[in-house]
Design a protein around this ligand. Structure first.
Ligand code: SF4
Ligand code: SF4
Ligand code: SF4
Length: 251
């Protein structure tokens, strides 16, 4: 049986999701028995324009990025968006609300005027080309990456949780961050990280994106019960663009 040819690409992002693939360590060797990696700037010197599965990290910010991602889409049978930058714009989308010029001035000061930055509105990959599968999180969960790739090789649909982080958090017996006076996005966020942040004493900041059919009324009730406002909750959603990813629907 021919192994599926896999190509990994990066756009605007910190490359932390690709690092998570490398962090699979010995399991990477196992995966290499299932697929042929034919393009990967971080891991290979070879190059190929022929591949079955394209894995795309990072968000789309420049006109040249749009041309490139369309070309990748044309060449791939399956396209996977990898990580929060690719699936919903990630932290990069923070600049959308302030505008690219203001963001450039904040980062580069007066030097921004002399730079030829082409960075425009940040887009998730699916805003430019159709995406077949998404691996969520900032960074991704490497076990989920392995699961998705193995499922596709076996011709199965990968199982990505469609319930909230609270389910995993309760399963682990964590004390809820609301009991510590914090605001946690767990009730509105897609599970799959094993409630990573609340398990280490942090509130969930929504990096895996909004859970489908979130129980907004329950989230509103929690805010009221713990003396917070829905506006505070929505402000927290700005970091990873969760509100935009909900189609702008208010909680
Ligand atoms: S999702 Fe997070 S870890 Fe992945 S590339 Fe973007 S910023 Fe980096
Ligand atoms: S709100 Fe946050 S801390 Fe509380 S149960 Fe849900 S995920 Fe856990
Ligand atoms: S708990 Fe929330 S912020 Fe932390 S990894 Fe999971 S989804 Fe991301």
């Amino acid at each position: 049986m021919n192994k599926p040819r896999v190509a990994i690409f990066d756009f605007a992002g910190c490359e932390g999701c690709q690092l998570q693939i490398l962090n699979l360590e010995e399991e990477v060797l196992d995966l290499l028995n299932l697929v042929s990696v034919v393009e990967w700037r971080e891991g290979l010197s070879e190059h190929s324009d022929t591949y079955d599965i394209a894995i795309v990290e990072g968000s789309i910010t420049r006109p040249a990025d749009e041309t490139r991602i369309r070309q990748i889409r044309d060449r791939a049978k399956i396209l996977i968006a990898l990580g929060a930058c690719a699936t919903q714009g990630g932290v990069n989308q923070l600049k959308n609300s302030m505008g690219a010029e203001t963001a450039a001035r904040m980062v580069y000061g007066d030097a921004a005027n002399s730079l030829h930055l082409q960075s425009g509105r940040v887009k998730a990959v699916h805003e430019v080309v159709p995406v077949d599968y998404s691996i969520y999180g900032c960074p991704i969960d490497r076990r989920e990456f392995s699961h998705v790739l193995r499922s596709l090789v076996m011709g199965k649909k990968p199982q990505i949780p469609e319930y909230s982080v609270c389910v995993e958090c309760k399963r682990k017996g964590n004390v809820c961050r609301y009991e510590f006076g914090e605001i946690c996005l767990g009730p509105l966020t897609r599970a799959g990280c094993d409630a990573r942040c609340p398990s280490f004493g942090l509130w969930c900041y929504g990096c895996r994106g909004p859970v489908v059919d979130a129980n907004d009324q329950a989230a509103r009730d929690i805010m009221e019960r713990y003396g917070h406002t829905v506006e505070e909750l929505e402000e927290r959603m700005g970091l990873f663009g969760a509100k935009e990813a909900r189609g702008g629907v208010e909680v």
